[in-house]
Design a protein around this ligand. Structure first.
Ligand code: NAD
Ligand code: IPM
Ligand code: MN
Length: 352
């Protein structure tokens, strides 16, 4: 098949891991006879330095005209958080402009990496969840105001915004263990009371074959490390999903392992690891590229409909891990480039 894929490396380790993701895309194209056109563009701090804006119009146009977007990471100490123009605004604008309201963040534990997690290995057996994070609403996008002595961030959700993301969770649950945990703070927040009402109605009426449970976010944060294997599909609002998935990455062994897919109403999606630009290790060639490469698998699955290729990439990452090709965050000594090359090699080996 033919596809145009925008590659936005961004800042810090973003370009380092995106390069390995792009190499895997090229390997998949070669093997399957696909014509993937990869087009690089500026975003984040790199775009601020070059153009003054974190999401230049040319980048947004490219993304709109593409079939999928592979994204590295943005941000860094040079641009904020007090700066008037910040890299993070570029990513938020991209999500909003493209209507990418559902952010899928799968969390699984490779038993061979159980030792990389500070949790007891017996707690990690059978961990297989997917967090569906609402991505274009809530406190991230509400009105912001500042006076001399106060600051204000409004959190709003409409019925429709909640319905559509809960439906994504319902459809995912049907292909899994049919258990949905909706996470809110309904004991305090009005938006959460609406969230709970809508989740209840949508799941009961449209997905009666799925089991729905509500959890308060503070308690959920605790249950995630106490009994993580009990979770199947978790659906929650923007900020809670952001925080809970960094916590959940500790189950997998490193934040460098977790991928994500940001989806809207159509096929276009944005695929990125959940981690940031990691300024503490940027430029050293030691970042873990597996979360980005697993995001490439999600891109193949959700935007290009290439399920066999997606599964092959996921197996190849598993095989690279099994072969002991681990970066420093997982206790190994492999460099970013070596880990990426190991996945490309495993892909070829699997084809025989
Ligand atoms: P971070 O995720 O960048 O890093 C947290 C810790 O995890 C660091 O110790 C880092 O070295 C480590 N880490 C992260 N990714 C890794 C990888 N692939 N391999 C090995 N180790 C890895 O979070 P932070 O330090 O709080 O944020 C840094 C910047 O990134 C901030 O500007 C923030 O706004 C931005 N950020 C961007 C995104 C994104 O682009 N989607 C996501 C999160 C944070
Ligand atoms: C993420 C990041 C972003 C978010 C930041 C960089 C705006 O933390 O993708 O998880 O909060 O959504
Ligand atoms: Mn985050």
């Amino acid at each position: 098949m033919r596809a145009q894929i925008a590659v936005l490396g961004g800042d810090g380790i973003g370009p380092e891991v995106a390069r390995e993701g792009a190499a895997v895309l090229r390997a998949v194209a070669r093997a399957g006879g696909h014509a993937f056109e990869l087009v690089e563009a500026l975003v984040g701090g790199a775009a601020i330095d070059a153009t003054g804006a974190p999401l230049p119009p040319a980048t947004l146009d490219l993304c709109r005209a593409s079939d999928a977007i592979l994204f590295g990471a943005i941000g860094g100490p040079r641009w904020g958080p007090a700066a008037p123009v910040r890299p993070e605004q570029g990513l938020l604008a991209l999500r909003k402009e493209l209507g990418l309201f559902a952010n899928l963040r799968p969390v699984t534990v490779d038993p061979r990496l159980a030792a990389a997690s500070p949790l007891k290995p017996e707690l990690l057996v059978g961990v297989d969840m997917i967090v569906v994070r609402e991505l274009t609403g809530g406190i991230y996008f509400g009105e912001k105001r500042r006076t001399e002595t106060t600051a204000y961030d409004a959190c709003t959700y409409s019925v429709e915004e909640i319905e559509r993301v809960v439906r994504v969770a319902g459809r995912l649950a049907r292909a899994r263990r049919r258990r949905i945990t909706s996470v809110d703070k309904a004991n305090v927040l009005e938006t959460s009371r609406l969230w709970r009402e809508v989740a209840e109605r949508v799941i009961r009426s449209e997905f009666p074959d799925c089991r729905l449970e509500h959890q308060l976010v503070d308690s959920c944060a605790m249950q995630l490390v106490r009994r993580p294997a009990d979770f199947d599909v978790v659906v929650t609002e923007n900020m809670f999903g952001d925080i809970l998935t960094d916590e959940a990455s500790v189950l997998a062994g490193s934040i460098g392992l977790l991928p994500s897919a940001s989806l809207g109403a159509g096929r276009l999606g944005l695929y990125e690891p959940i981690h940031g630009s990691a300024p503490d290790i940027a430029g050293r060639g030691i970042a873990n590229p597996y979360g980005t490469i697993m995001s490439v698998a999600l891109l193949l699955r959700h935007s290009l409909g290439l399920e066999a290729e997606a599964a092959a990439v996921e197996r190849a990452v598993g095989a690279a891990v099994a072969a002991g090709v681990l970066t420093a965050d997982l206790g190994g000594a492999a460099r970013t480039e070596e880990a990426g090359a190991a996945v490309v090699r495993e892909l070829a080996a699997a084809r025989g």
